[in-house]
Design a protein around this ligand. Structure first.
Ligand code: SAM
Length: 219
């Protein structure tokens, strides 16, 4: 599916989010910068927007983008991401503790086993390293009725005009409704190799950033 929408993925993202995705990635990038990470893995990097934002803000860092869609990775490379790896997030080709930090933006939701994916992220992060997950969430109750009209009716129709793939955006809407958020997500992260997970909602809870440190007990 992601191979199919790769050519129009960026345009659709920025149009359909009204550009607010730039702000969300900017907030995520600031968090990674405060951690002072040097070896960073951006998982499900797609067309590389988060990896490139981190690389621009932290030029000394080594940022690797990994994804299993070769078309999306080709877009990321064309935009200037030099370190890319074609890989499945559930079986990463990296040694234990290879990275100071793993980031994953709008990617975990799409994986077939969230707990296994988080454990694999914990495996490749060094002790004391960090995880940052940025993804959609269902917003605060006041915004929900309007948000759901946009998500289930307007977004698939608009996206099909931009990408020609209505099915991909119907899938997006369904996946957002199913994806755990808030305390459910922080517990999932803490149960799978990390500790002290925190949720920071953005834009009324339309997106949430989760941060955590690798648990000392993870083996
Ligand atoms: C919605 S895009 C997000 C791309 C980018 N991180 C962003 O913020 O725009 C989701 C990406 O996750 C990738 N993906 C989904 N499941 C994956 C898996 N198991 N392993 C690697 N990549 C995966 C898809 O190929 C796609 O490029």
């Amino acid at each position: 599916m992601f191979d199919g929408i790769a050519p129009r993925y960026d345009l659709a993202n920025h149009l359909l989010s009204g550009g607010v995705d730039f702000y969300w990635r900017w907030r995520a990038t600031g968090t990674v910068e405060r951690w002072g990470a040097r070896r960073i893995l951006d998982l499900a990097t797609g067309s590389g927007d988060l990896a490139l934002a981190i690389q621009r803000r932290m030029p000394q860092a080594e940022v690797t983008g990994a994804d299993f869609s070769t078309e999306m990775l080709a877009r990321a490379r064309a935009k200037g991401l030099t370190r890319t790896t074609a890989a499945d997030a559930l079986a990463l080709p990296f040694e234990d503790g290879s990275f100071d930090c793993v980031t994953v933006a709008f990617g975990l939701r799409n994986m077939s086993d969230w707990a296994a994916a988080i454990r694999e992220m914990a495996r490749v992060v060094r002790e004391g390293g960090h995880l940052l997950v940025l993804d959609f969430s269902v917003p605060v109750p006041l915004l929900r009725p309007a948000y759901r009209v946009y998500l289930h009716r307007c977004l698939p129709a608009l996206a099909s005009l931009v990408t020609g793939r209505r099915d991909a955006y119907e899938y997006l809407a369904a996946s957002i409704e199913e994806f755990p958020s808030g305390g459910t997500m922080t517990r999932l992260i803490d149960a799978n190799g990390f500790a002290s997970a925190r949720a920071t909602p953005f834009t009324g809870g339309i997106a949430t950033m989760y941060t955590a440190e690798k648990s000392k007990a993870f083996v």
